[in-house]
Design a protein around this ligand. Sequence first.
Ligand code: SN0
Length: 322
Amino acid sequence: MTNFLSLADVSDLDALIQSGRDAKASPFANQHLGKNKTIGLIFFNSSLRTRLSTQKAAQNLGLNVMTMNVGQDSWGLEMEEGVFMNGDKAEHVREAAAVIGRYCDIIGIRAFAELKDREKDYKEQVMHQFAKYANVPIVNLESATRHPLQSLADCITIEEAKAQSGIKRPKVVLTWLPHFKPLPQAVANSFSEWMNARANSGDVDFVITHPEGYELAPEFVGNAKVIYNQDEAFEGADFIYGKNWSSYTQYGQVLTQDPSWAVTMDDIRRSNNGKFMHCLPVRRNLKVADEVLDSPHSLVIEQAANREWSAQAVLKEILQGM
Ligand code: SN0
């Protein structure tokens, strides 16, 4: 693996999931791999889990870690080519990426969708500009359209829960949740992309449910079954994966805040004794009831804990290829 931008960079998904589980069982087994090497973690947006879990994973592998918040700690970065730079951005990505690439052996980048211009967001300009000019491997720490480290942690979490329950081919339901703010589609896109791959290999059945107008881009929906009635979608569900996203078709818009889409214990009862998953941060009661988050049905803390092992599996594979 050179870059880790999406599922397309993964050659063997089963092996990567297993590598994460191995790291969890034996965190320091590969400490030699990162010795005298440095990873830079570059954030254009806020982070709690991604920042700490990736730093922890890197340290487990013996890497040195540097972190920077772009625009707060550093100069604002211009991403467009050929611009006359008399605006608010003091530095161009051509220099910034090249310079950071001289200090770092791997660069992780977080850059959310701006949710103004769909074509621009879905071009993944920030990731591609860094990949082009940094000359070192790039790791996606949530981009405009995807959050693959989260999706890998979600796969690990589902495999662990499957091993516990003995359910061979669980029904996994991605549900839209209400929110008053427009949020990116990245987590939902990525989860769908990875679950479709898991469905293709017979590891899960995958269903998506959301109000009309919240259809994800067709390349992410893939072969998933889309059901507009949430109660119907939850019937027999072994995993309920909640996430809010803004509209893709009416790009970046909040079309409804219908509170009946929030997940409650009634929804869990409708499912097959289902587990609740969310990438966090989650706004309690707006999106999911306290009684769900505080019940044994919730996997959210385990999912967040598994972020360390998903990052470690990816960094290990990149280091092995260097
Ligand atoms: C981000 C998102 O992509 O939806 C990060 C998720 C890992 N979430 C938010 O921005 C939540 C913001 C809020 O105010 O609830």
